[in-house]
Design a protein around this ligand. Structure first.
Ligand SMILES: CC(C)(COP(=O)(O)OP(=O)(O)OC[C@H]1O[C@@H](n2cnc3c(N)ncnc32)[C@H](O)[C@@H]1OP(=O)(O)O)[C@@H](O)C(=O)NCCC(=O)NCCS
Length: 169
């Protein structure tokens, strides 16, 4: 039985281990640690099973250039599940819980850079549908957004800006 809950201080090593195992390099694990140290983590959830951290999801603030205070948005990144626990709906549970918490907290949008086939099941749509642009050179369909309130992006135009630590990736 998997439990999804907020990160605590005791989870830090487990989160690092999950990110190191899920990704090809330690870059994501280091990014998560650096973001935490910079107090950039807005929502950080873990999936716990049998007293082990088996999954992790992080949401940090993004802004837009030119600045627009109506763009009250989070970026979902990274998301990771230990290889031996993948394809058991743990990633999905982390995404759904995170989106629910973000919506309750009053955020209007969540941005993600990832696999369209995976994220569209949660209601993410290509951001190119709107007037918001990705700061990185990526295939356009991989930059997605999920509005959490109706018409959240109607009057928003510009370049989405991630926390500067993402630029080191
Ligand atoms: C991506 C990841 C978090 C998904 O977690 P998970 O617990 O395995 O996912 P779920 O069990 O909720 O969902 C499984 C579905 O995701 C799909 N999926 C898994 N990894 C995928 C990927 N990299 N690209 C596209 N689809 C993927 C599976 O094919 C499966 O599809 P189906 O439901 O149509 O059969 C996990 O595979 C992982 O940690 N991967 C390595 C790190 C990574 O790439 N993170 C994502 C960065 S965008």
């Amino acid at each position: 039985m998997v439990t999804i809950r907020h990160e605590t201080r005791e989870d830090i090593d487990g989160i690092r281990a999950v990110n190191e195992a899920a990704f090809d390099t330690n870059a994501e694990a280091q990014l998560v640690d650096n973001l935490r140290q910079s107090n950039a983590n807005v929502i950080s959830l873990v999936a716990e099973q049998d007293q082990q951290i088996v999954g992790h999801i992080l949401f940090t603030r993004v802004t837009i250039e030119p600045d627009n205070s109506s763009f009250n948005a989070l970026a979902l990144a990274p998301l990771s599940v230990l290889p031996q626990y993948q394809n058991q709906a743990i990633g999905s549970a982390l995404v759904r819980k995170g989106l629910q918490i973000a919506q309750k907290a009053g955020y209007s949008n969540v941005i993600v850079l990832g696999h369209p086939a995976y994220y569209k099941r949660f209601g993410f749509v290509p951001a190119e549908k709107y007037q918001i642009h990705c700061p990185y050179q990526v295939p356009p369909e991989t930059f997605m957004v999920k509005p959490l309130i109706p018409n959240a992006l109607d009057d928003i135009t510009g370049m989405v800006l991630y926390h500067p630590l993402f630029s080191n990736m």
